[in-house]
Design a protein around this ligand. Structure first.
Ligand SMILES: [Zn+2]
Length: 293
């Protein structure tokens, strides 16, 4: 039987973490009283302008301090999901400790929001099949951590041989879905065209030249950004040992990201994409084919 192809769908997401959760700042002493979470409001504002519902993956340790904002986002139709507890890469912890962490994240969010949490995204996309199984066993309904980007040693490699591939970037096993982060080849390398630091640092015309062919030949586009990519604050108190190159990388392009996201939304609309949260896309896919594949 032919599988029904989903319509072209864009899911705009934010990983809610603060500047000091960045991987290369791990192990340094950061002044955690300085926050760049104001970028969350900037992103939520852009989604509101365009009447778009998105998905927000939040770190467990931040939930208590931004509970009201999360409730507000949820009441506006956005989806809240989990980004782990404190941005440890899952493949760096054992599966038992990971299961405990996931359970704590899920409960903390569900207690704060009063509704089930379905989605998870790994810190640094660092997942393997064993840790994905843990996510499934703990009771999540989908994951969005897979990325074809072997060049970055932080990222895991996720084998989905026992999943059914519904399209290039959506895979399913029973009622669990894997939504892949968008990448596109440039000079023989897969470049994330999904945002993050790339959207912030790359000039828009370069990003657009990569995103356009991606949109033509795919059904799912996933954007991910962080509050710090959109923060209006500058001069985070980076520890002294941070190199000049890392400082440059940390600070480049922050003022341009909001404008790039608006241009991206226009490009997605022109290309026939409609906007959904992952939870609502999963619901649609399950309604199209209710029996486990
Ligand atoms: Zn993250």
């Amino acid at each position: 039987m032919m599988k029904m192809k989903p319509n072209k769908t864009a899911v705009l997401t934010m990983d809610i973490e603060d500047w000091y959760h960045t991987e290369y700042l791990k192990g340094t002493s950061c002044d955690r009283s300085y926050t760049m979470l104001d970028g969350l409001d900037v992103f939520a504002g852009i989604l509101e302008e365009h009447n778009i519902r998105g998905t927000f993956f939040v770190l467990g340790e931040l939930v208590a301090s931004i509970k009201d904002q999360l409730r507000d986002l949820q009441s506006r139709g956005h989806e809240i999901a989990s980004h782990g507890w404190q941005h440890d890469r899952p493949i760096a912890v054992g599966t038992n400790a990971f299961a405990e962490e996931l359970g704590r994240c899920k409960k903390t969010l569900e207690d704060a929001l009063g509704s089930p949490i379905l989605g998870y995204r790994a810190a640094c996309f660092a997942l393997d099949r064993d840790h994905l199984q843990t996510i499934m066993d703990v009771g999540f309904g989908y994951d969005s951590s897979r990325i074809r980007f072997a060049e970055n040693p932080l990222y895991g490699s996720l084998n989905l041989d026992d999943f059914t591939q519904l399209s290039r970037n959506i895979a399913r096993k029973d009622d669990f879905f894997e939504f892949e982060i968008s990448t596109w080849p440039m000079m023989g390398r897969d470049i994330p065209v999904a945002g993050g630091g790339y959207l912030r640092i790359f000039p828009w015309l370069l990003m657009k030249s990569l995103i356009r062919p991606y949109l033509r030949s795919n059904d799912l586009y996933v954007l991910y950004v962080h509050p710090m990519d959109l923060s209006r604050k500058t001069n985070a108190p980076l520890p002294q040992e941070i190199s000049r190159l890392q400082r440059l990388r940390f600070n480049t392009g922050r003022q341009t990201t909001a404008g790039k996201i608006r241009k991206l939304i226009a490009l997605l609309e022109e290309s026939g994409y409609r906007f959904r949260s992952f939870a609502s896309l999963r619901k649609e896919l399950m309604a199209e084919s209710p029996d486990a594949v």
